[in-house]
Design a protein around this ligand. Sequence first.
Ligand SMILES: Cc1ncc(C[n+]2csc(CCOP(=O)(O)OP(=O)(O)O)c2C)c(N)n1
Ligand SMILES: [Mg+2]
Length: 915
Amino acid sequence: MTDASVSHSSRDPAPQEAVELDPHETAEWVEAIEAVIHRDGPERARYLLERSLLRAASAGAHVGLATSTPYVNTIDPGAETASPGDHAIERRIQALVCWNAIALVTQANATSSELGGHIASYQSAATLYEVGFNHFWHAPTAEHGGDLVYIQGHSAPGIYARAYLEGRISEPRMRAFRREVGGGGLSSYPHPWLMREFWQFPTVSMGLGPIMAIHQARFMTYLQARGTTAEAGAPGTTAEAEAPGVAGRKVWAFMGDGEMDEPESLGAIAIAGRERLEDLIFVVNCNLQRLDGPVRGNGKIIQELESCFRGAGWNVIKVIWGSRWDRLLESEQRPLLMQRMQDALDGDYQTYKSRDGAYVRERFFGAHPRLGELVADWSDEEIFALNRGGHDPQKVYAAYAAAASHRGQPTVILAKTIKGYGMGDAGEGQNTTHQQKQMTERALLAFRDRFELPLTDEQAKAADFYLPPPDGPELTYLRERRAALGGSLPARRPAAKALEVPELSAFQSQLDGSGEREISTTMAFVRILAALLRDERVGPRVVPIVPDESRTFGMEGMFRQLGIFSRVGQLYEPEDSNQLMSYREDERGQILQEGINEPGAFSSWIAAATSYSNHGVSTIPFYVFYSMFGFQRVGDLAWAAADSRARGFLIGGTAGRTTLNGEGLQHEDGHSHLLASAIPNCRAYDPTFAYELAVIVHDGLRRMHAEQEDVFYYVTVMNENYRHPALPPDAREGILRGMYLLSGAEPAGDGPRVQLLGSGTILREVIAAAGLLHDDFGVDADVWSVTSFTELRREAIAAERWNGLHPTAEPRDSHVERCLSARPGPVVAATDYVRAFAEQIRPFVRGRYRTLGTDGFGRSDYRAALRRFFEVDRFHVAVAALHGLAQEGTIDFAIVQGAIEKYELDVESEPPWLR
Ligand SMILES: Cc1ncc(C[n+]2csc(CCOP(=O)(O)OP(=O)(O)O)c2C)c(N)n1
Ligand SMILES: [Mg+2]
C-alpha cells in the first residue's frame, strides 16, 4: 500500500538494496506483525509499529509517521455503534425528502430555467443530513442551546423538503422556491437576511462556511470561558438566565469536496487543531465532483484531505465503503482488494457509478483474477449495488457517534458519495449533473420506482410534491425524532434581550475636546473603548478583536488589563513580564488576538456579532484592523456578515490615503468607504473629531443593542495627531445623518461666499482653506463636516424615490438639500478617499459642485506632499472654491489664476490617478 502506515522521509538516503540485508529476517518481522494482527487486531499492530519507529528515529533513522491511512473506513465494522433508528422508516423518509427536493427544483424550472436550482448535490448528501436530523442535532430549548449546523448552501432544496414534511413550509411556499419578491417565497440559498427565522448561516459562497464554523466553535469556547467568569461573581457578565449557555453544543459544518479547494476552507483548520475544538465536526461530502467535473480525477480527494486534516491535528473519520462491501473486505482477498481500492483513481470511481455493474466487474474487479473470482457468482446488479459509505445510514451513524463523543480534537468526516445519487441516467455520476435543474418524465418515473414512492404515474411525471398522511408512520416518526431532539432545525432566534447601553456622557472626555493636546481619532477610539469596558453593564460584553495590529493602534495596554484569550492561559513567562504593559494570555482573556489572519478575525467578529441570535447573548464586538486590509481583503465575509444580520463595530484604522503616509501603495486606503457603501445594512462613517466618533459609537450601541436593529458599523479612524474641539451644541443629529455646519460665516455678508465640505482628515485642510479664502481673497466660507457621504446619499435617494412615486404630494427634502439649499455659493467637497465617495451626493447638491479626492495609487511621502500630490490640500480646496465663484460669475477668472500662482500649484503634470 503506497500510503500505508509508514513512509520514509524524503531525506532517507538508503536505497532499497542497501537496507534489504537479510530477506529472511525481514520475512520474520512481517510474520510477527501478521501474528499480532491475528491475535490482537490491527490497532495493536499499528501501536507496535509506531513505537518501533520512534525507537528507530531516536537512533537517527529518518522516519515519519504517515499522514494518511489505507483507503478503507476508519471505523471497522466490528467497532461501529449501531444506529438505534428504524432503518426502514428512515429510508422511506429520506426517499420522500429527496423526492420533494427534486420536485421543488423541477417545478421552479418547469416553464423556464430562469430561476435555477440544484438537484444533484443534495441527492448525494441526503443520508449525511438525514442521520443528523434524526439522531444528532439538537434544537435550542431551555436545556440545550442547540447545535449549530452550517448547511451547504446549494443543498438548500433538501432542507426545505424536510421542513415541508415537518409542516413548517406550506405547499404554496414550496411552489415559490427562489421567488422572494413579494415575500413568502423560499430563498435560493441559506440567507438569514431573507428568511430570518429559518436560516442561521449564509454558506453558499464556497469556503466561508468552513472558516466561519471554525471561528464559531472557537468563539463558543471563549463564551464558555467568559461565562465561567460570571459564575465566579463578576457582575453583568455573559452567563445569565437568558440563554442556556454553550455547554454540550456542537458546530457541524457541511461542505463539498470541491469547496475544499478554497483557501478559506483549509486555511483555518490548523487553528481548530491547535485550539482542540472538540465540539467542531466537519462533514465533507466527497462525491468526487465539483461543478465542471471531477475534483481530483487523477488522485484521491479523501486521501489528500485526510493528510491535511491529520497534519493539522484533527481526528479523521473516513466513511468510504458501505455495508455491502464488508463481506468482501472480510474475505481472504482483503489485502488485494484494499490495494485495488487504493489504486483506482477518483476519476475511475466516478465513471464506475455512471455506468453499470458489468463495467465495474470488468474494470474494477477485473484488474486481478483473484478479485474477479470474488464476485464471480454475483449478478451485475449486485455488483452495482455495492454502496458507498456516505449513502449507508449505519456507517454514517457510526461515524457521527464517534465524532460526537471524540474529545480533545475536532473531527472531520470524509464521506464518499455519488453526485446525483438516484438520478440514474439523468445525472448520476455525470459531469453535467451539477447543472441539472429538471428531471425528465422518464427519470422521474425511474426515481419513483427505485425508491418505491407511492406516487401515480401522473403525479410522478408532474413532479408533484408528496406529503404522506400526517398520522402515518413516516411523519409520526419524523416528528417524534425531532421532538426528542428539542424541535425543528434549522431555526434562527431573531432576538436576545436588549442591552442597557450607557449614556452619551460615558464618553464625556471625548465630547469635551482635547484642549491643547494633539491626539488621533485612533487614540480617541481606544479611550472610548476603555470607557465602554469600564461600564459595568456592557463592559463584559465587549469583544475586542485584532489581527496582529494592537500596537499599531495603541491598544497594547489592554493586553495586561483584559488579557488575550487563550484556552490554556499563559504557560510561559513573557519576555516583558517585568513591565507594566506586559503580554498576557489568559484562559478568561477578553481580547481575541487572531494573529495575521484577517479572514479568521473577521469570522470571529461574525460569530460575536451574531451571538445575540445564535447564543441568545448579545456581545459587542469591535474588530480593529488596517482599513486597507479590511473590505478589500475580506469583502465576501463582510457580505456574509451583512446577510447574517451581524451587529457590531468594524474599526478601519490608519484610514485614508494620506494619513498613513509612509506606508505606500499597498497600505494607503482611499476606497474602503466605497466598498462599505455597497452593503445595505452597513452604516459607514469617516469622522474627524473625537466627539463625532463618540456620538457615532454611542448611537451604534443604541441602535444595535438597545433597539436591536440589524445593522453594523464601519468607522474609519486615523493616526494623525491634532487638537479636537468640543461637541458643538445641536451637532449630534447632523453627525449621525452625515453632515453638520461646523463653522458658518455668520452673519452673512454681501461678499462672495462658498460652501466647503470636508470629510475625515481632510476636513482640517478644508477648515484651513476657509481661512485662506477669507484672509487672501475676502471670500466667506461655510464649513461643513461630512461624517458620511454614504449616509447622506442613502437618505437622499430614499427621498428622491418617494417624491418620484408621489408626484402630487408635498415633496420631501433630504438632509443634504436641507443643509445646502438656503446657502449661497458653489460647493466644494474634499476627502481622503476617492472622488466617487463624495460624488455620491452630487444629484442632491443644487448648486455648482466640485469634488476633490485621492484617486490613484497611494505612495509614501510626507502628508503635506501627498495632499498636494492628490490635490486635496488647503490650497487646492481654496482654488477650487475660487474657480466655482468665477464660473458663477461672482469673481473674475484672473483672481483664480492669481491664486494658482500664489499657491504654486502644479498645472502641467498628469493627473495623480495616471501617475
Ligand atoms: C466562492 C464561490 N465560487 C463559486 C461558486 C459556484 N459554485 C456553486 S456550487 C459549485 C461546485 C461545488 O462543488 P462541491 O463543493 O464539490 O459541492 P457538491 O455540489 O459537489 O456537493 C460552484 C463552483 C460559489 N458558490 N462560491
Ligand atoms: Mg463535490
